[in-house]
Structures are given as structure tokens and as C-alpha cells.
Design a protein around this ligand. Structure first.
Ligand SMILES: [Zn+2]
Length: 158
């Protein structure tokens, strides 16, 4: 598989602060969206969470937005899809694993940023990247390096 990943988190601090802000604004509900980069200004695409129980999961009903994401991934644009886990950890849930992984590889060629949160703050972030040899997403980078690159303290209330 050719790599079209976004690169190291330190290269996209502007994206990270927008993502963090989106997650904070939506607590205690899950927030989701994606970023494309690195580029200035950052291309930041927050998505609407249409899940029936947005405190526990997310769903994207916006077909146009999904088609656009699909097009970007197919075109080899570097994309990171992000979502938050209110009252949860910065790691893939079983549901995430099922959603983003197929028998043939990742559902889409993109990195994932998962945010672990309390009821009111984002407390950890992890960037997951597809590991072809392990045939699954593995943690590529973790807090504090991710939050440090945003200039925001862990657990920041904005
Ligand atoms: Zn999740």
C-alpha cells in the first residue's frame, strides 16, 4: 500500500486545535470530522453527528460529505478522521475496529485521531495509523506530544 498519510502531528498544530475545540464544544456528545493537510489554512471539515445516542457513538448521515471524504481518500489526499469518546479512552473501540477495518485492509486510506474525554474535557489523544504487517490500526502517537503541539494543556476547558 502506498502511503498517503498526513505525516507527523507536529506538522499540523492548527488542525489539532480546531479538532480539539470541536470535541470540547460537543461534550458530552461525540464529535467527528476530518482534516486534510498539512496545508495553510488548514482544511478542517467538522461533520454532524446524526447518531440516535450521540453520547455513545457517532454516525454521519451527510451523504455528500461522505462522498467528498471518499473522493479525497481515493485521490490520495492525506486525511485524518477524528472522533471523540466522551467518558472514554483514546483508543479504538470494538465498534471502531469493525467500522474502519475490512478483511482487505482499512475501509478508507486515512489516519484516525481518537480523543478520550471526561464529561467536560479532552484528556488524551491518540493518532492511529494502519499497520500493514499487523493488518490493523495501531497507535502511532499519543498525548502529551499531540496536545503539546496545539499549545493547549491536557484537560483544557475552552
Ligand atoms: Zn470510537
Amino acid at each position: 500500500m502506498t502511503g498517503h498519510w498526513l505525516g507527523e502531528p507536529a506538522q499540523w498544530p492548527q488542525h489539532l486545535s480546531l479538532v480539539l475545540q470541536h470535541a470540547l464544544d460537543h461534550l458530552p456528545r461525540e464529535a467527528c470530522g476530518y482534516v486534510v493537510g498539512p496545508s495553510l489554512p488548514p482544511l478542517f471539515v467538522p461533520l454532524r453527528n446524526s447518531a440516535v445516542a450521540p453520547e455513545r457513538s457517532f454516525a454521519v448521515a451527510d451523504v455528500v460529505a461522505l462522498r467528498e471524504l471518499d473522493r479525497r481518500c481515493a485521490a490520495g489526499e492525506p486525511v485524518v478522521f477524528y472522533h471523540s469518546h466522551p467518558q472514554g479512552a483514546a483508543s479504538f473501540s470494538d465498534q471502531d475496529r469493525a467500522r474502519w477495518t475490512t478483511d482487505h485492509g482499512p475501509t478508507w486510506r486515512l489516519d484516525h485521531l481518537v480523543m478520550g474525554c471526561t464529561a467536560r474535557a479532552v484528556t488524551e489523544m491518540a493518532l492511529l495509523r494502519w499497520a500493514a504487517d499487523q493488518r490493523e490500526y495501531v497507535v502511532h502517537a499519543r498525548l502529551p506530544s499531540l496536545l503539546a503541539s496545539t499549545g493547549l494543556a491536557p484537560g483544557a476547558h475552552l
